[in-house]
Design a binder for this molecule. Structure first.
Ligand code: DAK
Length: 276
């Protein structure tokens, strides 16, 4: 057996193993990444924050993966927030370090070149909602309860919630959600633009997977460029954003995918994208 064959054998045996995550990739390249801390409603401690970051970075580089669905294990919670028990003993320096650690993980999600969709069932509270807000799209079950209850704990959102919720749903909604600390239904979250879709619990996986497959069927380089242009555009003014868009638009004309997409349209057939 050649070294290359041996390496292939080893690669095939590699499985994703993080103790607090369930990770699987289906035949369509849709990865399901579920936070699994059943004793704490999937709350985020420092350990699991690090695991999510590693998993996202590995899935982003895995050619067998075309889109990522991020969720919580079980029916009761997506993620019920940062781990309150762990946080109770933090001093200000610990809290600052945890904040940077969390922000790095959320930035890895936001900058992921493949679409990351939050699939929300049950509670998405505090750091859990902030995790969902860093994903590119959100699909919620009718059973979901979403909110930023931090002010009730004498805290404010620390994983970008004050910034991302304002950008996604506007400052009026962000103020109401953050200042009241209330839990909102999936329907209300959809009405104000916090989630993209609301579906019955038994359709949650098929609807979310269908959305992931749809995005994954588009030109991968174009999807990546669109994600990056939207993300970077939100951080700059309109004219600088338009300049980013023009550069990315121009870059598409150097891709084989663009030529294939246009040719397929003209020949009235489905495009076969290579991601190049
Ligand atoms: N942390 C730790 N454990 C949690 C938890 C959490 N966030 N949420 C639930 N649990 C645990 C409960 O303690 C309980 O454990 P046992 O008593 O069984 O050992 C178990 O999960 C089941 O929960 P409950 O018994 O409470 O279940 P219920 O159905 O009665 O209530 C609930 C469900 C979701 C309404 C309730 O569990 C709840 O209110 N949970 C807390 C929700 C919350 O307040 N979340 C926001 C946390 S604050 C920062 C960055 C970010 C943040 C902070 C700082 N820095 C940068 C420093 C973010 C802060 C937050 O997320």
């Amino acid at each position: 057996m050649s070294t290359a064959e041996e390496l292939d054998d080893v690669m095939e045996e590699v499985e994703y193993t993080w103790p607090d995550l369930e990770v699987d990739v289906d035949e369509d390249g849709i990865a399901r990444l579920a936070v699994s801390r059943p004793d704490a409603l999937n709350a985020l401690n420092a350990e699991v924050v690090g695991q999510i970051r590693e998993a996202i970075e590995e899935l982003a580089m895995d050619d067998a993966v075309s889109a990522i669905v991020l969720t919580g294990s079980g029916d009761k919670a997506f993620v019920a927030g940062a781990d309150i028990a762990e946080m109770a003993d933090y001093d200000p320096l610990d809290a600052r370090a945890f904040s940077h650690f969390g922000q790095d993980m959320l930035s890895a999600i936001e900058a992921c070149p493949k679409v990351v969709i939050a699939m929300i069932q049950g509670y998405a509270l505090g750091g859990g909602l902030e995790l969902a807000l860093a994903c590119h799209l959100r699909v919620a079950s009718t059973t979901a309860k979403l909110g930023l209850p931090e002010v009730g704990l004498g805290l404010i959102p620390g994983f970008g919630g004050t910034q991302r919720l304002s950008r996604i749903a506007g400052p009026a909604v962000a103020r109401e959600w953050i200042l009241t600390g209330e839990q909102f239904s999936a329907e209300e979250a959809w009405r104000v633009g916090v989630v993209n879709r609301v579906v019955e619990p038994d359709a949650l996986w098929s609807e979310t997977r269908g959305l992931a497959i749809k995005v994954a069927s588009r030109g991968p380089v174009a999807v990546q460029a669109a994600l990056e242009t939207i993300r970077r555009g939100l951080e700059v003014g309109q004219s600088e954003g338009e300049s980013l868009e023009a550069d990315a638009f121009g870059m598409m004309f150097s891709t084989r995918d663009m030529k294939e997409g246009v040719q397929a349209f003209l020949e009235k057939r489905k495009p076969e994208f290579e991601g190049r």
